[in-house]
Design a protein around this ligand. Structure first.
Ligand code: FE2
Ligand code: FE2
Length: 470
């Protein structure tokens, strides 16, 4: 017996209505042009976020810029993949679609203050991009162009999150009332000159004069932190020496692991400098490195949450920026990448990330175990990213490792200088924090742990000794 059709089932696999599947407004070529213009904006947003991670002092913004840079890179990537499926070689993904779009992005990149940058990003560029996605979805044939529709719908989910973050930030900074209306009009007019992001609205003569982008963008590679971060040159406590000492309990070691995680805020600060100062690198490099950059920002927030759970106010702890500060100011971008790879590769053997996870499990704190579990997985990915983008360029693994080791030692020999220059006293912050945690846990401090006072003066994080003249 022939199967009977069920008229009550959704048509077209539930993808869209017959009406939406009958649209003819956008040809394939029209779609490619529009997608490429959205790609340009995603790519520029990625660049703007990345360029301001290092010198943005506000912790929440530094973390959000790290996430949003990653999201922009991922959405730029999905459009690249889609365009490559649309009969379009050569892809021309590096072409600037219109000087107006370029100017709007350049202006936000060069905006001289956080308030203006935030306004330009979250009150102008991202909303315009979101509008453009909405218009595309309303115009394209949802059956014929289903693969584009799919990726743009995903993009809108994350755009909505970014815009929600932005809305709250714009209100907190009161940017709508403080940012010059003339400059905001310049941004809008520049995009309008380009016929909108889509290029399908009337293109008007390009008569806007650049304001902030009249001078080329200058990247500030010196990391900045807000007032919650104090004594940033403090290297008075060596958490690794504690962590690997069998004398101490896993429970006490979780505090040192949370500290190490939170201190990772310096990795995005440093990695952003590699991305900004190596603009010639291929897109795949930028995308992968930005994923890693975001992971490291996430690791810092894992540390923050760990302290919160232990009832510790982390702002009492000096979260040093020596690593990002020294790498950014004393090494070339390639040397920085070498150091990063050397350190991450060193995390892979048994004493590294697996060990931290085992400590977490043995500590009886399920959150510490879970954080280290995911942190370990992320670091395996980062070692792969390093092999792909650093070792391959360098040539051989052993040489790449030795070079990273040498570059790292080069920046580690200033411990005394910081005291002499009045930058820090390398205060031992550990006993206070440890006692607070013990009080919260309702346990007596272990006297040996309480007396811990190993610093970074002569021992570096991988427990190798530091030679003063290196
Ligand atoms: Fe990390
Ligand atoms: Fe990492």
């Amino acid at each position: 017996m022939p199967a009977t059709p069920l008229p009550q089932l959704p048509e077209l696999a539930g993808l869209c209505s017959y009406e939406e599947a009958s649209r003819t407004a956008l040809s394939l070529d029209d779609c490619v042009v529009w997608l490429k213009r959205m790609h340009y904006v995603w790519k520029r947003l990625h660049q703007i976020f990345t360029s301001h991670i290092t010198a943005e002092p506000n912790y929440e913004l530094k973390m959000a810029f790290s996430l949003h840079a990653h999201l922009c890179a991922e959405h730029a990537q999905s459009i690249r993949t889609r365009v490559s499926e649309m009969r379009e070689p050569p892809l021309g993904l590096d072409v600037v679609p219109h000087a107006g779009l370029q100017r709007a992005c350049d202006e936000v990149l060069c905006a001289p203050s956080t308030v203006e940058r935030i306004h330009g990003l979250y009150a102008v560029l991202l909303p315009l991009l979101n509008e453009s996605l909405t218009q595309y979805l309303a115009k394209t044939n949802r059956l014929a162009d289903a693969p584009s529709v799919r990726l743009l719908r995903f993009a809108q989910l994350e755009l909505a999150d970014m815009l929600a973050f932005g809305e709250q930030t714009v209100v907190a900074l009161d940017s709508a009332n403080t940012v010059q209306g003339r400059w905001v009009s310049l941004l809008h007019n520049s995009v309008a000159n380009a016929g909108g992001i889509s290029g399908r609205e009337p293109v008007t003569p390009d008569e806007q004069l650049p304001q902030y982008s009249a001078q080329p963008f200058e990247y500030d590679r010196v990391p900045k932190r807000d007032a919650r971060f104090q004594d940033s040159f403090n290297a008075g406590v060596n958490p690794e020496a504690f962590l690997y000492d069998p004398e101490f309990s896993p429970r006490d070691k979780t505090l040192m692991m949370f500290y190490k995680r939170l201190r990772e805020i310096d990795v995005p600060e440093m990695m952003a400098s590699i991305l900004v100062e190596m603009p010639q690198k291929p897109w795949g490099f930028k995308r992968d490195m930005t994923r890693q950059l975001w992971d490291e920002a996430r690791h810092a927030m894992l540390g923050e949450v760990g302290f919160r759970q232990a009832g510790i106010d982390w702002t009492q702890i000096p979260i040093s920026f020596i690593w990002s500060y020294n790498l950014n100011t004393q090494l070339t971008a390639q040397e920085r990448h070498a150091v990063l790879f050397f350190i991450e590769q060193g995390l892979m053997p048994k004493t590294g990330k697996r060990y931290e996870w085992e400590v977490g499990k043995a500590s009886g704190n399920p959150l510490a175990a879970l954080f280290q579990d995911f942190d370990w997985a992320d670091e395996v990915l980062h070692a792969q990213i390093g092999r792909e983008w650093y070792v391959k360029d360098f040539g051989d693994l052993n040489g790449a490792m030795a070079y990273g080791d040498k570059c790292w030692s080069k920046v580690l020999s200033h411990w005394r200088e910081y005291i002499e220059n009045g930058l820090t006293e390398h205060r031992n912050w550990w006993p206070d924090i440890y006692q607070q945690a013990c009080r919260n846990w309702g346990v007596e401090p272990d006297p040996r742990a309480l007396a811990y006072h190993e610093t970074y003066e002569t021992i570096r994080a991988d427990l190798k000794s530091i030679s003063g003249s290196a």
